[in-house]
Design a protein around this ligand. Structure first.
Ligand code: PMV
Length: 331
C-alpha cells in the first residue's frame, strides 16, 4: 500500500490577469490536503478509483467513466503512461480530501497531484515537482478549459511561487511570515464560467481590460517586493488595490465584498477575493494581534468557514529551473 498527499493552495494576487500573461503569486495551504492510497487490486478488476469525499467510484474501461473526460481517471492514466507502465494493472486508488471543492483552494489540482505521486511511488518511480506539475496541468485542462498553470505549479512545488505563464518559475523569497485568514462565502466559484465571462468582456473592451491586467501585474510585482522585504503593511495595501481591480473586472460579488469590508474594518492589513471569484473564498492579511478580531468579524459577516494559514518566511529558493506550463500563445 502506498500513500501520498498534496496540499491545497490559495492565490495571493494576480488571478485572471495571469491568464493573459501577467504574474500571479500563489501559496500552499498545508491545513487542507488531498490524500491518495494505492493498493494492488483483484485480478481483472482494472483500475478503480474510490473518491469518498466526492461520493464517486470510477473504473477504467467502464462505459460510464471515460478517462479522456473524467479528471480522476485522467490523472491515473496519464501518470501510468508517463512512467511507462501501461494500463494493464489491477489497482484500487482511494482518495480522501479535506479541501473544499470549487472554492479556489486547489482541490482538483491537489487530488490529481496526490494520485500522480501515489502511483509513481507505488511503482518506485521518482518524479520531479516539475513532472508532477505537467501531469496535473493536463488534467486541469479538463476541469478549467484554459488554465494559466498557476494551480498545478503551486500544488506540485508546495512553495510560494511567483508565476508567469510560459516563463521560468520563481520560488518566492519571503522576508517575514504572513498570517492569512481564508474565508468561504459558501457559494461555489465556477472557475471555467468566470474565466469565460472575463474573456468575453476582454473581447468587447480589449483596451480597458488590458489596462486592468497591467495594473494587476503592477500590484503583483509590488507584493513580491514587499514580501521579500517582509513589509506586511505594503502587501496589505496592494492586496486592497488588487481587489479594487478585480471588482472593476466584475468578478467580485456582494458576499465577497461584505467579507472584504468586514475584515478591513476590524484591522486586516489587506483583503481581497481569491481565485476565480463570484463566490469561493476571500483572503485577509492579519497580524498576530488582529487575527482573532478579524476572524470573528468574518464569521459575523457570514463566512461559512474561516481557515488560518501562514506563509512561512524562507530564504531557501533553490527551485525548479524548467519553464512553467503553457506559453501565452496556448491560451
Ligand atoms: O479558482 P481558482 O483558484 O482555481 O483560480 C482560478 C484562477 C484564474 O486566474 C481565474 C484562472 C487561471 O487559470 O489562472
Amino acid at each position: 500500500m502506498t500513500v501520498a498527499c498534496a496540499q491545497g493552495k490559495i492565490i495571493l494576487c494576480g488571478e485572471h490577469a495571469v491568464v493573459y500573461g501577467r504574474p500571479a503569486i500563489a501559496v500552499p495551504v498545508a491545513e487542507v490536503q488531498a490524500r491518495a492510497t494505492v493498493e494492488d487490486g483483484v485480478e481483472g478488476q482494472s483500475i478503480v478509483i474510490v473518491a469518498r469525499d466526492l461520493g464517486r467510484v470510477v473504473t477504467l474501461g467502464d462505459e460510464a467513466s471515460d478517462e479522456t473526460r473524467d479528471p480522476l481517471l485522467a490523472a491515473a492514466v496519464n501518470t501510468l503512461e508517463y512512467i511507462g507502465l501501461g494500463l494493464g494493472h489491477d489497482l484500487v486508488i482511494v482518495l480522501e480530501s479535506t479541501i473544499p471543492v470549487a472554492r479556489g483552494l486547489g482541490s482538483g489540482a491537489a487530488v490529481s497531484a496526490a494520485i500522480t505521486r501515489a502511483l509513481a511511488q507505488h511503482f518506485s518511480k521518482d518524479l520531479t515537482a516539475e513532472q508532477v506539475s505537467r501531469l496535473v496541468y493536463d488534467v486541469e485542462k479538463l476541469y478549467h478549459g484554459t488554465p494559466s498553470g498557476v494551480d498545478n505549479t503551486v500544488v506540485a512545488h508546495q512553495r510560494a511561487v511567483y508565476f508567469v505563464r510560459g516563463q521560468r518559475l520563481e520560488i518566492l523569497r519571503v522576508g517575514a511570515p504572513l498570517l492569512l485568514l481564508i474565508a468561504d462565502t459558501g457559494v461555489e466559484s465556477p472557475t471555467r464560467a468566470v474565466v469565460g465571462a472575463v474573456r468575453s468582456a476582454w473581447q468587447e473592451s480589449k483596451d480597458r481590460y488590458e489596462t486592468l491586467f497591467d495594473e494587476v501585474g503592477g500590484t503583483v510585482v509590488g507584493i513580491r517586493d514587499a514580501m521579500e522585504k517582509g513589509d506586511a503593511a505594503e502587501v496589505g495595501r496592494l492586496m486592497d488595490e488588487n481587489h479594487r481591480l478585480l471588482r472593476a473586472m466584475e468578478v467580485s460579488s456582494s458576499q465577497l465584498d461584505a467579507l472584504v469590508n468586514a475584515a478591513k474594518r476590524h484591522g486586516a492589513l489587506g483583503a481581497k477575493l481569491s481565485g476565480a471569484g463570484r463566490g469561493g473564498n476571500m483572503i485577509a492579511l492579519a497580524t498576530p494581534e488582529t487575527c482573532q478580531e478579524v476572524k470573528k468579524a468574518l464569521q459575523d459577516a457570514g463566512a461559512q468557514g474561516v481557515l488560518q494559514t501562514e506563509v512561512k518566511a524562507t530564504t531557501d529558493v533553490t527551485g525548479p529551473l524548467a519553464p512553467s506550463m503553457a506559453s501565452p500563445s496556448q491560451r
